[in-house]
Write a protein that binds this ligand. Structure first.
Ligand code: KG4
Ligand code: ZN
Length: 343
């Protein structure tokens, strides 16, 4: 057992990111550099991520981002213990760019390659930031995914619940678009909701009281659209109230679904060491109070990584790579990029 130094590359969506992370023999971690270049400006005119533009931007940006991450960490490629890239799930053009770059570095410098599942990287982030012990219950909520997962060990995950339609971040983005707020919508909706009256509209709380731990967002989205279409012209206060009502409904539904998920966790695996929230939606501040309440009710503690490590970044990929490398789990040059890849 030794200290591992891993370069991580993230290109699955609209962030071009690279980071260098250290993992010590005792399992603790340290971020030496973490560079994220958001492509928001490139995609904003289109109101969402355009896959072709994302892939081309990753090609243009990645070499420079990797060089910056290496320089800031003060290391050379020869010192690396391994190179990790997110090999999916995500937009395939970007995934190919990141994985191929990692393969080239691994090949030239004769260093191990780790093809990381992007969702696994979100799942393992609390072990980098807070040395969270297994088993824990993960609530992963991003633009592409909404899942409750029992994290039992590295590579040992059991899905307890998922969304039957939209992801939570996706719903925030669609509500923003519907109300004329700029992309990406999550932070915009949160900001508008802070000045809104959540009680003005009686929006449904999807899936409330069901014994399974699944989510559904599309009915709520339709309810918001129906109310919005009745209000023309849409005044700023209307937008704030619609956002507040939407967010309150999402949080109520989420709290109920997580309560069900934690019950399923306890039945199957005993008490979780923590409830961990990850993914872009976990950067939302209003989500904290219901999350804390759900955790307290389940007699566990809430862990939320800092916002910059909740949204997509290279450090989480490097860390997941280091965790796998520590167990000897490396990949070969024929590791395939994957658009879809269940945890
Ligand atoms: O994890 P992430 O950076 O990328 C994906 O893998 O999808 O998550 C991005 C998603 C977007 O849908 C964004 O709108 C949402 O996370 N998000 C938020 C907030 N910040 C980002 N949703 C609600 N409130 C926020 N403050
Ligand atoms: Zn993500």
């Amino acid at each position: 057992e030794q200290t591992l130094l891993v370069l991580g590359i993230e290109t699955t969506c609209d962030e071009t990111a690279a980071a260098v992370v250290e993992r010590r023999a005792d399992g603790s971690g340290r971020i030496l550099s973490n560079i994220v270049r958001s492509q928001i400006d490139e995609h904003a005119p289109f109101g969402g991520v355009v896959p072709e533009i994302a892939a081309r931007a990753h090609v243009d940006l990645l070499d420079g981002i990797v060089a910056n991450a290496m320089r800031e960490a003060g290391t050379g490629f020869a010192q690396l213990s391994g190179v990790a890239a997110a090999a999916g799930p995500g937009l395939i053009g970007g995934v190919i760019v990141g994985l191929t770059t990692a393969k080239a570095i691994a090949l030239v410098h004769n260093t191990p390659l780790i093809a990381v599942n992007h969702l696994e990287a979100h799942a393992l982030t609390p072990r980098l930031t807070d040395a969270t012990e297994f088993p824990y219950c993960l609530f992963l909520a991003s633009g592409g995914h909404t899942q409750i997962v029992a994290v039992l060990g590295v590579g040992d995950y059991v899905r307890l619940g998922t969304t039957v339609d939209d992801a939570i971040g996706e719903a925030f983005d669609k509500i923003a678009k519907m109300l004329g707020l700029p992309y990406p919508g999550g932070p915009q909706v949160e900001r508008a909701a802070a000045s809104g009256d959540a009680a003005r509209f009686a929006f449904p709380r999807p899936m409330l009281g069901r014994p399974d731990a699944n989510f559904s967002l599309s009915g709520l989205k339709t309810a918001v659209r129906n109310e919005a279409s009745r209000l023309t012209p849409l005044e700023p206060q209307d937008i704030n109230d619609l956002c507040a009502g939407f967010q309150a409904a999402v949080l109520d539904s989420m709290a109920d679904r997580l309560g069900a998920g934690l019950r399923l966790f306890r039945e199957r695996f005993g008490a979780p060491k923590a409830l961990v929230a990850a993914g872009g939606v976990a950067a939302n501040q209003a989500i904290r109070r219901p999350l804390r309440e759900v955790a307290a009710k389940a007699q566990t503690t809430l862990m939320v990584p800092p916002p910059a490590l909740c949204t997509d970044n290279g450090a989480m990929i490097a860390w997941a790579g280091a965790e796998r490398l520590a167990l000897g789990l490396t990949d070969t040059m024929d590791a395939a990029p994957r658009a879809r890849w269940l945890l």
